[in-house]
Design a protein around this ligand. Structure first.
Ligand SMILES: [Fe+2]
Length: 327
């Protein structure tokens, strides 16, 4: 395959994100049409502040931060979190004869962090499909999006991007893109396994090498509400949508037929609400789950001849190598 540019790599990510979007491809198209309409209706004064990337990229928490526009990418330094130190690491590797053509972070920084809340309303569609009345879903997500927006607003969003610019290191973030990939992968995996009991879900997760590694490191899948001998019932995988939803969602989910929630991580107040609502909750593990999503995308890049160097908490598992080992 021909070598890819930074933009081509990002575009491929967006494409995979859309293919794995819980709203379905048609749901994403509807969303993009809505964004276009909003853009068209803006006055000239407001239009100059509109990020036109949004017309084609439905994931404003994912973005290209630095791109020299010409590099054919042969080696990527990829992490769950990329700090200033990791950008310096890329620069050091460049000097030591292991040139890094692109750094990828999973967690958003730059404008992708400032826009994190804007991906969250995708989950409204998912809840509606489950049977939660849409006005309830909408209200809960609206409040939570505002809360997340207030939370990220004061951050120093561009600190790491600034270093990458100064050192001429190509840099992008892919957040909901790969969260969609892990969400749909785990949903598919669990549907195939048909876990009868909660402990079967843990077992199914532990078939995946990222979770095995995380368990060895003390951060494997855990039951935080309910019990291993409970029946699974109808379950929902909650691994995409920007960040955790409002803790208020658990009572309606329980009321409208969900028995079990599988999520990457959950704060105590949400766990308590879920427990009050008699839900079973499994936290699969944050880094392991984010890693799995990234790995699915990085594998495709690796297949096209790009070398991947993991850093920043990424548990790198190459399914290309797992397959070739089995042969
Ligand atoms: Fe994450």
């Amino acid at each position: 395959m021909a070598m890819m540019t930074v933009q081509q790599i990002f575009d491929l990510g967006v494409k995979r994100g859309i293919e794995n979007d819980p709203r379905g491809i048609s749901g994403v198209k509807k969303h993009l049409t809505r964004v276009k309409k909003q853009y068209d209706e803006l006055g000239e004064n407001e239009r100059k502040y509109f990020d036109t990337d949004r017309l084609t990229n439905p994931y404003p928490d994912s973005a290209v931060h630095v791109d020299d526009g010409k590099t054919k990418v042969k080696r990527i330094l990829a992490g769950i979190d990329i700090s200033a130190a990791d950008i310096l690491l890329a620069s050091q590797l460049n000097e030591r004869g292991t040139p890094v053509d692109l750094v990828i972070s999973h967690h958003p920084t730059g404008k992708a962090l400032a826009n994190l809340q804007d991906v969250m309303d995708m989950v409204v569609d998912v809840y509606e499909r489950i049977g939660v009345p849409v006005h309830l879903a909408e209200k809960m997500f609206e409040d939570r999006m505002r809360e997340i927006g207030r939370g990220t607003h004061p951050a120093n969003h561009f600190q790491v991007v600034d270093i990458a610019k100064l050192l001429h290191i190509n840099f992008l973030s892919a957040h909901t893109i790969t969260d969609n990939m892990v969400d749909s992968f785990i949903s598919g995996h669990l549907k195939k396994k048909k876990p009868e009991f909660i402990k079967d879900i843990i077992e199914a997760l532990l078939e995946l090498p990222e979770y095995q590694q995380a368990k060895k490191n003390g951060a494997g899948p855990k039951i935080i509400s309910g019990s291993g001998h409970h029946r699974t019932g109808k379950f929902i995988v909650e691994m995409t949508g920007g960040t955790n939803p409002s803790s208020k969602v658990y009572q309606p989910l329980s009321n409208y037929g969900i028995s079990t929630v599988i999520t990457m991580h959950m704060k105590d107040d949400a766990m308590n609400k879920a427990t009050e609502s008699s839900l079973n909750v499994i936290v699969s593990g944050h880094m392991a789950s984010d890693s799995l999503g990234m790995n699915l995308w990085l594998d495709e890049l690796e297949k096209s001849g790009i070398e991947i160097i993991p850093c920043g908490g990424l548990i790198r598992v190459s399914r290309n190598r797992l397959v070739s080992k089995k042969k």
